[in-house]
Design a protein around this ligand. Sequence first.
Ligand code: NAD
Length: 467
Amino acid sequence: MSEIKKRFEELQSSTLKLRNSSAEERIEKLQSIWQGIIARKEDLFKAGAEERGCHEVDIAAELVMVKGEIDYVSKHLAKWVKPQKVKGSLSSFGKKSEIRYQSKGVVLNIAAYNAPTAECFVPAIAAIAAGNAIAIKPSEFAPASAQIIEEIIHEALPRSEADVFQGGVKVSQELLAQPFNHIYYTGGNNVGKIVMKAAADHFASVTLEMGGKSPVIIDETADLENAATKLAWGRVMNAGQVCIAPEYVVVHESRQAEFQKLISDKIQALYNSKGDGLENSEYVPRIINARHHKRITGLIKDAVKKGATIVTGGKADAKDRYIEPTVLTDMTEDMDIMNEEVFGPVMAVLPYKTREQALEIISHRPNPLAMYIYSKDDEAIEYFLTNTSSGSAVVNNNCVQAGTNPNLPFGGVGASGMGRSGGFEGFKEMSNARSIMHQPLDRFRDILMMLPPYSEKYQNLIMKGLK
Ligand code: NAD
């Protein structure tokens, strides 16, 4: 038997014990994970700096997200695990109906590299809260973070309840061959298809947290200075390696020139306030590895070759994994950058004349994870919200909808994903919402009239239901 199979079966052996665990016991586990995270925070800061050149405050913000989730779940779990009574109907007359959120069994969490701590822990929090055993497969591209995550998990929980599997594609695929009950995946949608197909072999349910090209609409009425400030932050944060980052801006043609000037200025104001150059700024992170650096600079080169104009940026240093925050315009649909998620600090700007044209530009790409609308016109905002689709949307801001409000579930639609994470929705995702009906056995409520041979009274009653 392979090592992975053996470890999977060890997790599987805990299924019933974990299902029987109380809310208090589960909360205790989450709290000990949090104690472990806090004890290793300096190491996590160092790992983030080494892997992506991140400022420690950015890693701390990721940890705050994890804490917010643990706190919210701890506050509400006792209520969530109780049977939830639901109303009856005429057809269920006399019976009592309830929903019990029961653990699914063993959950696999395959994570990406861009926010390794949040991506490994947030799904694990929901899985543990719902009484599941959990296998975590961190990204091989963030190995220092992955090692610390493994140590935190092993310190907090027995291996029979939570295990961490280090490695790349081979390990991931061997894990996918095991009969997990639920698979939570964060990553690109090419691999998402592989995950979904593998899940089908065992009828495992899936949560797919993927990306895409999240658009921004800026209309004639927008506060441009405000929009440009927020968009400069949204695109440069984590060097653009953010699943909900604004990928391209569809701006009303009357505001395009002004917007391009403003966003160029705001990138400098936010990220080069000391004037030492963006490449020397402590706030401009690096691309995760040489492969992705080459891919992103390739997207810029391809766009320029096909006629794009660089509004600002364009420089890169492969040795340092640095890409200068870049804004492009004069885009055409045949450019690779218009069809591939950049996941780097490069933004495209496209003008529109009419609202229909803005929708037309957006419709060339599959449903994105996020969409941002900058406008002061309520009617225009409603129009754009109604006539587009995305996992989430924000009006007059960007990148603030994930991990900030546990009452607002997070996830994608179509090519950007399925299922939800965070708060009660995240807990439900890791649970089987089991419908339970109780039949009282007294003669007034235990009515067997629907059994053959059908009485005339029953036949009339059913036929009446058709009217
Ligand atoms: P990726 O798809 O390359 O890798 C993600 C995980 O899948 C890694 O753990 C990797 O080992 C594993 N994997 C890779 N190839 C595999 C294969 N052939 N079979 C099985 N497993 C495989 O993604 P990435 O480059 O690490 O992350 C970037 C992507 O993740 C972007 O598209 C981004 O938008 C998305 N993302 C989405 C969210 C979200 O919450 N929706 C969050 C972060 C990142």
